[in-house]
Write a protein that binds this ligand. Structure first.
Ligand code: NDP
Length: 397
């Protein structure tokens, strides 16, 4: 059916390549390109059968990207490199009139601030060029946004309160490790908290608001309000929302390590001089931390991510909880990576499938909740991330 170019050969890229390779009727040809080609080769060799071609590309460099896209001619580019590369890859897709999909919104490298404004600014140019950009198609953002769209379509006339709850109830056996790129992860969880209430953003100190929430099959876990990017598009696309928050669980051990890392300056994003060479502390830290893509082997437990929603249906107040639980070991057995990479890579694969099947295909730049959620929800059940719903339960919030 179509040709895809995946950019980025980390934990998420590994899952995307595996999943796409297992769907030959949709992804007829696959190329995996990244900064370090031997990482692409290792993934392609593991998949075997010459299903995946590989290439080297510096995704910060638009002419290099354009050259690769022009020579391979993919129908869609799936960006699972880092958020820093979103705009250069969007530029290259625009120049070559190729569809674009990513899982995380753009963030300038010198400022830990993620917002959609930079990518939404491409709307007119993508529309005029007649090409599609699908933004934020991982789990959160991604599936959480699609859950919200599905709830709005089938279960509510008006969504009023949205709480996205993200629990990693797994144990990787390391003293400290992050589940996806350490630099991006630490930048995200150490920034100030922010949530939407009554038409405006309310800022909090990092991890200021917290409470235990009960997660299916996992139990009670202390959960913290942090800012997460899907809140920005969801409150725009669902203006009836009075309050929208994002909760993430952290263990005490993780928070203690994080505090020490910050206090000693290792989370710094400004370059410093070390023995005559400029280094960025958080990038050096990444080099010494465990590689998130390698955590899978001894990872036990599961993730549980979902949306807890309150609103009105037929004039009555109702609650709704839709979620997925994913076991790290199942993810590892299938793709060789842990659950967090898996829960991101599978939705990216489905998003690209939706595009190639012509279901999610319209000119412009879109967040995933702006498409029909039903065919995507159907594929989640088929491709390893089944979802469950509870109606009129206590949301604890
Ligand atoms: P990794 O750090 O494991 O992988 C990133 C990959 O991108 C690496 O292969 C890296 O190359 C490559 N890369 C980085 N810079 C460039 C560049 N300039 N040119 C070409 N390739 C480059 O990250 P993850 O796989 O954990 O995460 C991938 C993306 O998924 C991130 O954007 C992350 O924010 C997002 N994500 C989204 C989630 C969601 O639910 N929406 C959840 C988790 C992650 P090299 O190997 O040489 O370093």
């Amino acid at each position: 059916m179509g040709k895809v170019l995946i950019i980025g050969a980390g934990g998420v890229g590994t899952v995307v390549a595996h999943k796409m390779a297992s769907l030959p009727e949709v992804f007829t040809e696959i190329m995996l390109a990244s900064r370090t080609k031997n990482k692409c080769d290792a993934i392609a060799n593991k998949i075997g059968n010459n299903r995946v071609q590989t290439a080297q590309v510096d995704a910060d460099n638009v002419p290099e990207l354009v050259e690769l896209i022009n020579s391979y001619k993919p129908d869609i580019v799936v960006n699972v490199a880092l958020p820093y590369q979103d705009l250069t890859i969007m530029d290259a897709c625009l120049e070559t009139k190729t569809a674009y999909l990513d899982t995380a919104n753009y963030e300038p490298i010198d400022e830990a601030k993620f917002e959609y404004k930079w990518q939404w600014a491409y709307q007119d140019r993508y529309k005029e060029a007649g090409i599609t950009a699908i933004l934020g198609c991982g789990f959160d953002p991604g599936v959480t946004s699609i859950y919200t769209a599905y709830a709005a379509k089938h279960h509510f006339d008006e969504i009023q309160y949205l709480d996205i709850v993200d629990c990693n109830g797994g144990d990787h056996g390391k003293a400290f490790a992050t589940n996806f790129n350490p630099e991006i992860n630490i930048r995200e969880v150490t920034q100030k908290g922010k949530y939407w209430e009554n038409g405006q953003w309310v800022e909090t100190e990092p991890h200021e608001i917290h409470k235990p929430l009960n997660y299916p099959n996992i139990g009670d876990r202390e959960s913290y309000v942090i800012y997460h990017e899907e809140l920005e598009s969801l409150v725009k696309n669902y203006p009836s929302i009075k309050r929208a928050r994002f909760w993430m669980t952290f263990g005490q051990e993780y928070l203690t390590h994080l505090r020490v890392i910050q206090n000693i300056g290792m989370a710094g994003i400004e370059p410093i001089m070390y023995e005559g060479k400029e280094i960025v502390p958080i990038q050096f830290l990444k080099a010494v931390l465990p590689n998130p893509g390698d955590l899978g082997e001894n990872y036990t437990g599961e993730t549980s991510i979902g949306c807890r929603i309150k609103g009105l249906k037929d004039g009555q107040e109702k609650t709704y909880y839709v979620y997925n639980n994913c076991k790290h070991q199942d993810a590892f057995n299938e793709t060789g990576t842990q659950g967090v990479s898996y829960t991101t890579g599978v939705p990216a694969t489905i998003g690209a499938m939706m595009y190639l099947q012509g279901i999610w295909k319209k000119p412009g730049v879109f967040n995933v909740e702006e498409f029909d959620p039903d065919p995507f929800m159907e594929q989640l059940n088929k491709l390893g991330l089944p979802w469950h719903e509870l109606h009129n339960v206590d949301l604890e919030l």
